[in-house]
Design a protein around this ligand. Structure first.
Ligand code: GLN
Length: 449
């Protein structure tokens, strides 16, 4: 049914870069056979899923939405992919994304933009816009996204879905092509809080192949999603994440959700996180700095595209021709910015300062979580905007991530849950919890559902 739906609507939505028809049917048939034989099946047996094209899956191409990886078939599965297979998930294919996960609209994909199923003239969010659109268009009930500065939560918000960025270190990054290694984290996109919890539990847990993976038990997310109890919980509304720039419809849905939580027995407190105002500026130094280093591996020798190798050109020339043609404008902008910020003489002024701001933001979270159990805010200042509206204005595009970036900088878990509509378009409600207390997101998100 999922493959039929993809065949019917994906020309219009363009959520997928690659559909693995044969592989999906073979996995599904295998699950059926084992079920008939009375074998023990994985927790998500037979459930179809869209995998963001930044995670490797053996037998399928991985492009990261970039020309530079065109035609590259990874020789191994990401740990997330391996765990999906172990859970007997049916991987339908690879979902479109902003090139190397840099963007908020999926317009930066080298393979064309994805459209928002709620209104095909609007963006599905980004960078995991293929993943969010696939679920919103009923092409798949589940999807995996990655979130470096909001790329799971913002697409979830503008497509009316549940999206979760787990605690940094909670889900393995092995086989997740790195954008900004100290921020990247994979997580679930789903239609309900319980679906998201089931997927979260399937992919989380320690992995010796990722040195930043934390050796702790997986938080009890499924239990929390089922219990969904907020009585007695202290919920902090972040003062800095409201006001100018927030659409009235977004603010209204947020206020209603907070009122509902109070009605359900939560105690609502206003909390100030004064350094959140600097989060966007710090992020746009740290993320490009790490990206400039991470993307150095695309050197025309090791992966994918190789241009201008006529047997006479030197390695540097081949590298330069390949990178000039293989990377899109946003990726180049970030590499240049990051290289500048890391260069000798500027390092302390930019990168060093940004890291100090990052520490102050972490301290804001620590202080806030001494007063409250979770923090809440709108997920995005606006609903989905029209395709093309912000492509020529990087700063306007970056402002989409105002509310989501603090959680990445501090490594804490955060969720976006649907909070109703504004002018017929979905609005997201963000919940943030202390590191390794991911289950609190599901308690609160579940209560709002
Ligand atoms: N939109 C942000 C950026 O462009 C976040 C991207 C992400 O989370 N991958 O960097």
């Amino acid at each position: 049914a999922a493959l039929d739906r993809i065949a019917k609507v994906d020309d219009a939505v363009h959520a997928f870069l690659h559909v693995d028809v044969e592989g999906a049917l073979a996995t599904a048939a295998g699950v059926d056979t084992r079920r008939a034989a009375g074998e023990q099946l994985g927790p998500l047996a037979g459930v179809p899923l869209a995998l963001k094209d930044v995670l490797t899956a053996k037998g399928q191409p991985t492009t990261c939405g970039s020309r530079i990886l065109e035609g590259w078939y990874p020789p191994y599965d990401a740990t997330v992919t391996a765990r999906l297979r172990a859970a007997d998930v049916v991987i339908l294919g690879k979902a479109n994304m902003d090139e190397f996960a840099m963007g908020s609209s999926t317009e930066n994909s080298a393979y064309g933009a994805t459209r928002n199923p709620w209104d095909l003239s609007r963006i599905p969010g980004g960078s995991s816009g293929g993943s969010s659109a696939a679920v919103a268009a009923f092409e798949a009930p589940l999807a995996i996204g990655t979130d470096t500065g909001g790329s799971i939560r913002q697409p979830a918000a503008v497509c009316g879905l549940v999206g979760v960025k787990p605690t940094y270190g909670g889900v393995s990054r092995y086989g997740l092509v790195a954008f900004s290694s100290s921020l990247d984290q994979a997580g679930p996109l789903a239609r309900t809080v319980t679906d998201a919890a089931l997927l979260h539990a399937a992919i989380a847990g320690h992995d010796p192949c990722d040195s930043t993976s934390v050796d702790r038990p997986v938080p009890p997310v499924v239990e929390a999603a089922v219990r969904r109890e907020v009585r007695g919980l202290r919920i902090g509304v972040v003062r800095e994440l409201s006001g100018d720039g927030y659409e009235p419809g977004v603010q209204a849905r947020f206020d209603e959700a907070v009122a509902l939580l109070a009605e359900l027995g939560a105690e609502i407190v206003e909390v100030s996180c004064p350094h959140f105002d600097y989060a966007l500026a710090a992020y746009y130094l740290i993320a490009p700095s790490e990206c400039s280093s991470n993307l150095a591996r695309f050197d025309a020798m090791r992966f994918g595209l190789r241009l201008g190798d006529d047997g006479l050109a030197g390695a540097e020339e081949v590298m330069s021709r390949t990178r000039a043609a293989g990377f899109g404008p946003e990726v180049k902008r970030r590499i240049i910015l990051g290289t500048y910020a890391l260069s000798s003489g500027y390092y302390d002024a930019y990168y060093g300062q940004a890291q100090k701001v990052r520490t102050l933001i972490s301290r804001d979270f620590t202080a806030a979580f001494e007063q409250v159990d979770v923090l809440v805010s709108p997920t995005t200042p606006t609903v989905a905007f029209p395709i093309g509206a912000k492509v020529d204005d990087p700063i306007a595009m970056y402002l989409n991530d105002l509310c989501t970036i603090p959680a990445n900088l501090a490594g804490v878990p955060a969720m976006s849950v649907p909070a109703g509509l504004s002018d017929g378009l979905p609005v997201g409600f963000q919940i943030m919890a202390p590191a390794f207390a991911d289950e609190r997101l599901y308690e609160v998100g579940g209560a709002l559902e």
